[in-house]
Ligand binder design. Structure first.
Ligand code: GAL
Length: 777
């Protein structure tokens, strides 16, 4: 997908692509490196170069990024004497080793701008300034060391440190956030740079869908350049999917769509992509004045300010209205301007408004999911199943290692799997008070999901509620017997923590104490099992035996049963085959009906799935979404009461022309009969724009088949639900647009009274909804 995504970024008006480098992906085992396939960093950088863009290389090697363990490999955590992100020889040695490896690799290919290449900046560490205090004096020594180490690598282009006020020289500090217009580097000679403009936000299981409006995102960018910004990067421009076990945590989703200008599948997220493209075009057109001009700012009223950039032969202006509710009508240089609340107009010649952040002319595209037309009956996927063989752990307590204590999952499993069995037994004499009534098993857990078994019987599961403390205590009544009682706890991680001071030390898995408790009259008997002999088993049988691997899955020794396929059975493998959807539209699999688990297509992991985790209703009970005022991840949430993630991306590169295999490991219990493969495409497109401009409607290589709505005046509502108001022109706008657009892949026209007739109101708009043709290949 790289060339296509990068081309869309270039077409969207970007100059550079910024990327992290994930240490745990490239050095999964100490000193064993992987730069193959999708991990081919040099190939990725060259693709950026070949598309004509610059690159910003954020080596870190700590990344954060909602990526598993922030990009740190777990073996590093398990090195004796290591302490992360501080003055610690073991850590610094490894960090230097990896950073130098990346720098050398890039230098060998002559990719730094100093070598004639396209990499203009490199980053060391990541937002250390946010957490430095917690590391005390050693933190200061560490960041100074980072600077010296990076500088010694002699890359010939500047190194940056984001969120690092007063970064040690010669590092340049930069800003991250939803807004950075107020930001001022400590050193006045450092250019004002913004490494992460958050285009939306990420999702966690149980969370709702974030939306950062195109108006507000454009506002933040224009305001940054109005206030002297020099470099601005979108985080994310394309977030994509965190396949496999790469999602961060705890509890972060597989999708990393981020509401970015290019969606998870690489489609244009319209109008965001188009509205920013127009902004980039205007900014590019005044680049010389911005970078060479004298700056002069004048207040026009309390909230309206004009900033003039002036060279000898040209001046360009930004007119901003920072009021969050009131639109402004101002006169500047003898001309009247209408500046909606929370918006900025750009006047390349200080006269004509070429762009306003709140006036959207780009089309809105409504994406739809269509069932797989390659299947005769799309609903009829035929399933086979097999049980996960849990008995050796749950019934027999068999494992790989035994220790007389409870060990953190990071230390024991070394991130080889999400799954770790903790098993112990307790022998009760006939007269043990624990047998006098109903005992309770109490397990302290630092997350993320626990399944408990006593004497081979499943007794229950638990995980943290969305937004609540990750650590919890599991308590369940159990039946104990005289003699040996086996307690088997299956602990499941859902992405290791990736942010905060000392996040690397945050616990995972079962913690102490694990107790048996019995209340009898006024007395409470407690048996603490924490220092018992605990036996551990890493991973699941099916995962170790690669049941998901297409070659192995068809091995005769692996029995798959066709009839009847159980539903709502936990620890169950499901398998089906399907034909790839025709055409080239992105493919998703709808996993509604399933609980939690992992999915593979032709042996490629689609990541963790958890459609039974429903977005909390309360999250959407906020004010209606308004682009005006500061954005935060609590604003403009939607899709509450629906699965946080129902659809899972199946890249076309995972698919074969003939038969494809989908394998699911269902951990909680679910019903696979609703599973469907679908394509994601544009269903309809809309414009809703002020008069005076040329607008375009495009169905992206499919014809426009019908005009559903069109009216000029004061049409109300949003794309999909436009309505006429009292002030509309009498001319039939549908007829006009039909003539202009139907049957074509795209059409453009000017919104004017000449064309659409008179409407007797101010600030007239044209709203159109056009349907894209639905055709089979
Ligand atoms: C920043 C961090 C990024 C990413 C972002 C939130 O603090 O540098 O890597 O995690 O937050 O999406």
């Amino acid at each position: 997908m790289w060339p296509d995504l990068i081309r869309k970024a270039k077409e969207g008006g970007l100059d550079a692509v910024e990327t992290y480098v994930f240490w745990n992906a490239h050095e999964p085992v100490r000193r064993q490196y992987d730069f193959s396939g999708n991990l081919d960093l040099v190939r990725f950088l060259k693709t950026i170069r070949d598309e004509g863009l610059y690159a910003i290389l954020r080596i870190g090697p700590y990344a954060c990024a909602e990526w598993n363990y922030g990009g740190f490999p777990m073996w590093l955590h398990n090195m004796p004497g290591v302490s992360f992100r501080t003055k610690n020889d073991v850590f610094m040695n490894e960090m230097k080793n990896f950073t130098s490896l990346i720098v050398d690799m890039v230098k060998r290919e002559r990719l730094f701008a100093s070598q004639g290449g396209h990499i203009i900046l490199a980053q060391i560490e990541n937002e250390y300034g946010n957490v430095m205090k917690s590391y005390g004096e050693d933190g200061k020594s560490y960041i100074n060391w980072c600077a010296q180490m990076a500088d010694s690598l002699d890359i010939g282009v500047p190194w940056i440190m984001c969120q690092q006020a007063g970064a040690p020289k010669p590092m340049l500090e930069t800003c991250n956030g939803w807004y950075c217009d107020q930001y001022k580097p400590k050193d006045p000679n450092t250019p004002k740079m913004w490494t992460e403009n958050w285009t939306g936000w990420f999702k966690s299981w149980g969370g709702a869908d974030p939306l950062r409006t195109a108006e507000d995102l454009a506002y933040s960018v224009a305001r940054f350049f109005q206030k002297g910004g020099t470099l601005q990067n979108y985080y994310m421009y394309h977030g994509g999917t965190n396949f496999g076990r790469t999602s961060g945590g705890p509890y972060m989703t597989t999708t990393y769509d981020y509401n970015a200008p290019l969606d998870e599948y690489g489609n244009l997220n319209q109008p965001k992509w188009g509205h920013l493209k127009q902004l980039h075009d205007v900014l590019h057109s005044i680049e010389y004045t911005l970078t060479h001009g004298d700056v002069n700012t004048q207040k026009i009223d309390n909230f309206v300010t004009v900033t003039i950039y002036q060279t000898n032969d040209k001046s360009s202006c930004f007119l901003s209205n920072t009021n969050t509710t009131t639109d402004a009508k101002v006169n500047f240089g003898g001309i009247n301007y209408f500046i909606p609340a929370w918006s900025i107009s750009i006047l390349p010649d200080c006269r004509e408004e070429a762009y306003n952040t709140a006036k959207i002319y780009a089309q809105t595209s409504m994406m739809i999911k269509k069932s797989n037309k390659a299947e005769d009956e799309p609903d009829s996927l035929k399933w086979a199943w097999r049980p996960e063989l849990i008995e050796s752990a749950s019934v027999h307590g068999k494992g790989d290692v035994s220790v007389n204590k409870i060990v953190d999952q990071k230390d024991m499993a070394n991130d080889a799997s999400d799954y770790l069995w903790y098993m112990t037994s307790v022998v009760l004499a006939k007269d043990d008070p624990m047998l006098n009534g109903i005992a309770t098993l109490r397990v302290a857990d630092t997350g993320h999901v626990l399944h408990a078994f006593v004497n081979g019987k499943y007794i229950g599961s638990q995980w943290a509620k969305y937004g609540k403390n990750v650590a919890y205590v599991f308590e369940k009544n159990i039946k104990l017997s005289p003699g040996k009682n086996l307690i088997s706890l299956l602990s499941v991680t859902v992405g290791f923590k990736n942010y905060e001071a000392k996040f690397d030390l945050v616990g995972a898995g079962i913690s102490s104490p694990v107790e048996l408790v019995l209340n009898e009259g006024n007395q409470t008997f407690v048996k603490d099992l924490s220092s018992n002999k605990w036996t551990y088993k890493i991973g699941l049988d099916g995962i170790s035996n690669k049941v998901f691997d297409t070659d192995c899955a068809s091995k005769p020794s692996l029995k798959w049963v066709s009839d009847p396929v159980p539903i709502n059975r936990n620890f169950t493998w499901y398998k089906t085959t399907f034909k790839a959807p025709l055409g080239n539209k992105p493919v998703v699999v709808d996993l509604v009906g399933l609980g939690k688990g992992m999915a593979w297509v032709n042996g490629h992991s689609l990541g963790r799935y958890w459609p039974s985790y429903i977005a909390d209703e309360q999250l959407c009970k906020t004010k209606p979404c308004d682009y005006r005022g500061r954005y935060s991840d609590k604003k403009c949430l939607s899709k509450c009461g629906e699965p946080t993630q129902r659809w899972y991306h199946v890249p076309r590169s995972f698919l074969n022309d003939g038969e494809n295999t989908l394998i699911l490991f269902e951990e909680f219990g679910g019903n696979p009969s609703w599973v469907q493969f679908q394509t994601v495409e544009v269903g309809s497109v809309c414009v809703n724009a002020y008069e005076g401009k040329v607008v375009e409607l495009s169905c992206h290589s499919r014809p426009i088949s019908k005009i559903k709505f069109s009216s000029f005046g004061h049409p109300q509502g949003v794309c999909g639900s436009f309505k006429k108001s009292e002030c509309e022109s009498d001319v039939d706008a549908i007829l006009i647009i039909e003539k202009e657009c139907v049957g074509k892949e795209s059409c453009s026209f000017k919104i004017s009274e000449d064309k659409f007739g008179k409407a007797y109101c101010e600030a007239k708009r044209l709203a159109v909804e056009a349907v894209c043709e639905d055709f089979t290949f």
